[in-house]
Design a protein around this ligand. Structure first.
Ligand code: PMP
Length: 416
């Protein structure tokens, strides 16, 4: 009998039979409060009726309209609609299927557009598992181990992780910008640097929001040296952080925006967006792919945008995120093992530490497992697996947040 490969890692023992809103049900109809949202994907909740209806209608109309062969309406409409939510001037798009593919595409685009080779990422970065994306990923060595040689020309610079550095946010920003300038002075000449990739909230690397001043510092350097600033909004985009894009509060405009995950409520779709001045430097035919911009995924993305706007989900993410933060911080006060509670919108983190302040992955895992037993699905992240993250669907309401907090408090009590 065939079994699943041990190359996969299973976060919970749950076998999902169906999903509805923020709930997952197993075969015995046991209900779980899903605060994983399929790793931040099911933005409108599981099986939102409008997304289901749009996908069903599209399935019966045209499933695969291969967009470099024949164009199709859902993709044209989606391009128009994304133009309305993307930053001014970022108005040329193409589509692929996953975050990793989109990151790889952005790396190739940046190299073609600048004629330069190197890329800078920040320690703890997660940009994907395919070879090019893995070469940009430093959230944990498991993504890189044994697969080298990786794509050359990637430079890793420190991330302004104030809590772990033991610095104030301001000091952490000054430190990380100083180190970045040092990389430019010693490792990668700015003139050889095609792009800097940044997640507006460091995701798999530990759910650490990037301070606005850091993004502003990157923008200044990109303008000064002519490299591209690439916002990997795969996890932070589409309202997840309480603004439509994660980079928004900083006031900067990236050169390239990558979006995936929440974009189509669970259907595979990712998009790469940039101004024409960048896109026109791409070699014609160098981007695309057989399944890119699948018609059903595009229809689901259009419905997702409708639902986000009609139900005010960006505002809801900000509001419920604040409620979650306050509740989690209160629970952490009684538990010194939770050293830091942080995040933005509905990307919230609890960092577990030993009494001497070292990362405590074992404690995080115990609590995450206890929570699953208690009916609350959560994921861990961070290089040591010592951060438990809360990423509910953007439709989550105050009662559901409060129930999650109760289950969390009980699980921490039990497992610590
Ligand atoms: N970039 C970021 C910021 C991500 O969080 C992820 C997935 N966790 C990826 C890229 C890769 O996306 P995918 O798994 O769809 O390839």
């Amino acid at each position: 009998m065939a079994e699943l490969s041990p190359a996969l890692k299973q976060a919970t023992p749950v076998v999902a039979a169906r999903g509805e809103g923020v709930y997952i049900y197993d075969d015995d109809d046991r209900r779980f409060l899903d605060f994983t949202a399929g790793i931040g994907v099911t933005s409108t909740g599981h099986c939102h009726p409008k997304v289901v209806a749009a996908a069903q209608e599209q399935v019966a109309t045209l499933i695969h309209g291969q967009y470099t062969t024949v164009m199709h309406k859902p993709l044209l409409r989606l391009t128009e609609r994304l133009g309305e939510v993307l930053p001014e001037g970022i108005d040329r798009l193409f589509y692929v299927n996953s975050g990793s593919e989109a990151v790889e595409a952005a790396l190739r685009l940046a190299r073609q557009a600048t004629g330069r080779q190197n890329a800078v990422v920040f320690q703890g970065s997660f940009h994907g598992r395919t070879m090019g994306a893995a070469s940009l990923t430093t959230s944990g060595v498991k993504i890189r181990a044994g697969i080298g040689p990786l794509v050359p020309g990637v430079v890793v610079s420190p991330f302004p992780y104030a809590y772990r550095l033991g610095l104030s946010e301001e000091e952490a920003v000054a430190y990380a910008l100083r180190e970045l300038d040092y990389q430019f002075a010693t490792v990668t000449s700015p003139k050889d640097t095609a792009a800097v990739f940044i997640e507006p909230v460091l995701g798999e690397g530990g759910y650490v929001p990037v301070p606005d001043a850091f993004l502003q510092g990157l923008r200044e350097r990109a303008d000064q040296h002519g490299f591209l600033l690439i916002a990997d909004e795969v996890q932070t985009g589409f309202g997840r952080t309480g603004t439509f894009w994660g980079h928004e509060p900083s006031g900067i405009r990236p050169d390239i925006v990558i979006t995936a995950k929440g974009l189509a409520s669970g259907f595979p779709l990712s998009a790469i967006a940039a101004p024409n001045a960048i896109m026109e430097k791409a070699w014609p035919g160098s981007q695309g792919g057989t399944y890119g911009g699948n018609a059903v995924s595009c229809a689901a993305a259009l419905a997702t945008l409708d639902v986000i706007q009609e139900e005010g989900l960006v505002e809801n993410a900000a509001r419920q995120g604040e409620r979650l933060q306050q509740g989690l911080a209160k629970i952490a006060e009684a538990h010194p093992a939770i050293g830091d509670v942080r995040g933005r919108g509905l990307m919230r983190a609890n960092e577990f530490v030993t009494p001497d302040g070292s990362p405590d992955g074992a404690a995080a895992l115990r609590v995450q497992q206890a929570a699953a037993q208690n009916g609350l699905l959560l994921l861990t992240c961070g290089p040591a697996g010592n951060v438990v993250r809360f990423i509910p669907a953007l439709v989550v309401n105050a009662d559901q947040v409060d129930t999650a907090l109760e289950l969390w408090a009980a699980s921490v009590e039990e497992a610590i």
